[in-house]
Design a protein around this ligand. Structure first.
Ligand SMILES: [Zn+2]
Length: 292
């Protein structure tokens, strides 16, 4: 295999590994220049050496960085104070990865939100239940991780509903329930879909800081880049994926850095804990609306 062909293979492998990344055709919008500007900017001069340090396993002193619990009923309820973050993990559960993510979160007393794929929850119902049993919030992320903006509106709504059902079924056998949090795969949405979901009392979980942990960067580099974005914003909803080994590897360092910088992790929960068998997708709930 020639070097160039090998390089192309590696690139393709990288694209296939991409979780919530934009579709490959949109990759150029993630310019490396912008990333490097963020990494090498003057925001975090003190931590620049992080990327140059080896990452021994579990040398970080755990500590409680669990913050307040924020009960939300709509997307606009998610208002964070300075030095507050929400941790989100998409695309799981993934056997061999999600368990380790849970262990690290537990070490730091942090509760996160997991936006699960219906297909993954269906394949790993016990693991999905374990996430919820550990006190984390479980939402959905479609059934098969499709780009909803490329589908007909009805097909997209069906895909979302199928994902919700599969996660709910996976949780139900453990006596747990799905929360009405949803994230668009690839962060790719349409006005119609977003409006439909919001009117159906779904909480669309947007992303303030994309860790881009689907890029094949060194864990410390991802930590440094994500911290730089966080410090620039002061707070935010952070996107990770619990399907990558590098995310497993980087999380202890990232949480230790959050602790060092006096951030706290806000736990999101649904405000209305009435049975989730509501008509979220069809958005037809006239009886309920009369009562509001
Ligand atoms: Zn995703």
């Amino acid at each position: 295999m020639s070097l160039s062909r090998f390089g192309l293979s590696m690139l393709l492998a990288g694209l296939l590994l991409a979780g919530c990344a934009k579709p490959p055709s949109e990759f150029p919008s993630f310019s490396g220049t912008a990333d490097h500007a963020a990494v090498t900017g003057s925001i975090l001069p003190a931590s620049r050496t992080l990327a140059q340090q080896p990452m021994p396993e579990r040398i970080f002193a755990p500590g409680n960085i669990g913050g307040r619990t924020l009960a939300v009923s709509t997307t606009t309820d998610i208002i964070l104070r300075p030095r507050e973050v929400v941790l989100t993990f998409d695309d799981g559960p993934r056997s061999g990865k999600t368990e380790k993510i849970l262990a690290t979160l537990d070490d730091f007393g942090a509760r996160a939100t997991f936006l699960m794929l219906g297909s993954a929850a269906q394949a790993n119902p016990r693991l999905a239940q374990r996430v919820a049993a550990a006190g984390h919030t479980v939402g959905s992320h479609t059934f098969s991780h499709v780009d909803l903006s490329t589908m007909s509106s009805q097909a997209a709504l069906d895909e979302i509903a199928q994902g919700e059902r599969a996660v709910q079924v996976a949780l139900a056998s453990g006596g747990q329930t799905l929360s009405p949090f949803f994230r668009f795969p690839y962060l790719s949405q349409t006005g119609f879909l977003r409006t439909n979901l919001l009117q159906g009392n779904m909480v669309v979980l947007d992303v303030d800081i994309d860790s881009k942990d689907y890029y094949k960067d060194a864990p410390a580099e991802i930590v440094e880049r994500t911290l730089a974005r966080l410090e620039a914003r002061g707070s935010g909803v952070i996107l990770f994926h619990d399907i990558h080994q590098r995310t497993v590897d980087l999380l202890p360092l990232f949480l230790a850095e959050l602790k060092e910088r006096n951030y706290s992790v806000v736990r999101l929960v649904p405000r209305d804990t009435s049975p989730f068998g509501r008509d979220l997708i069809t958005a037809e709930a006239p009886e309920l609306r009369k009562g509001l």
